[in-house]
Design a protein around this ligand. Sequence first.
Ligand SMILES: Cc1cc2nc3c(=O)[nH]c(=O)nc-3n(C[C@H](O)[C@H](O)[C@H](O)COP(=O)(O)O)c2cc1C
Length: 418
Amino acid sequence: MTLRYLTAGESHGPALVGILEGLPAGIAVTTADVAAELARRRLGYGRSPRMDFESDRLEVLGGVRHGRTLGSPVALVIHNTEWPKWTQVMAVDPPDDAEAAAASARGATLTRPRPGHADLVGMQKYRFDDARDVLERASARETATRVALAVYAKALLAEVGVTVVSHVVSIGEVAVPDDTLIPGPGDLTAIDADPVRCADPATSARMRERIEAARAGRDTLGGVVEVAAHGLPPGLGSHVHWDRKLDTRLAAALMSVQAFKGVEVGDGFRTAATPGSQAHDEIDAAEDAADDVGDGGGGGARFRRRTHRAGGIEGGMSTGEVLRVRGAMKPLSSLTQPLATVDVATGEPAEAITQRSDTCAVPRAGVVCEAVVALVLADALLEKTGGDHLAEVRRNLDAYVDDVRRRLPRPGGGEPAR
Ligand SMILES: Cc1cc2nc3c(=O)[nH]c(=O)nc-3n(C[C@H](O)[C@H](O)[C@H](O)COP(=O)(O)O)c2cc1C
């Protein structure tokens, strides 16, 4: 792995922490860029007021000087503005007054694990009596760190003409009518402006109605998010080993997002029910070299696919066409009508803990999916190009793309260069 990252921190702890290692020097990113991306993660219909507490103060502690990366690890902290309320309950050291902390509403031992959360199995595995010791870290607040770190990955990708766009394709049973339409980089502003981050306004209105109905019924909803990457060169990832395949890495990244239970590359599940004659992307020679750069960025092959069914990945490598992956998010497990559980303190049947919860987190989960996809693509790019400075990444990529162009035969004749 060329670009790697770690996150740490509990949901109600003093801060979330992230480190991103392996970035080249010379990428322009400001703290304001990172803060803007964190604000995108807070967008979305179906949220609870609780999310206000997530507008927390960002601090970049290393890896960047005067707005440019240094090639050293990027270290950042997202401070928890609610921390003063949690200093005793989430104290790192034994609390000054343990009894008072335990007696407070926040400090009460949580013994009624929520189905669909890490609570019960985490208590079993780690020998905890209090579900808080599990849920604080299992919480999707952790994804704020990944969204923040991905800003650097996105900035690197942007420098070589790659843009990652996410949008919501379904919420509950309400889906966009034509799910073959792939939003481009120019659509991102409109998608972010939409309350559910859906590219189709009519479907967006129906999605919001569906969320309102779920909220009224004290229920929650899941959905499907698509992430498209435009401008990729062919050949990121590799067919030679399972863990080098780009689709392997993207699937793992999407599945690592809390509540994501399914991943699809291109038309993955649909093609399983489609005859082979209609399931693949037939190849044409591109007439004009200028027109052959994948879907608009750093492509370079003298070929075009007629369709995008494979999602821009063949044999574990990017094809240079638009890359398309989807993730299916389950409905949120914390309901205001609590599910049945067992009180682990007594062994008696009980109602699960009710935590304030959203009705639907699919819109902002899309921003998280976009982030984890960007981190994988930036890693795969650097693996292909190497480079300690952005200029070296660019130079190596250009040389590779140029080589791909020159080495393959021109349509209508012409000697390939060797
Ligand atoms: C952006 C985002 C927000 C989430 N918000 C909630 C929430 O408000 N309530 C909830 O019950 N689960 C929420 N989740 C999902 C839980 O974190 C997740 O279901 C839980 O940690 C168990 O992990 P698993 O579903 O991956 O097995 C959210 C997930 C994401 C990606």
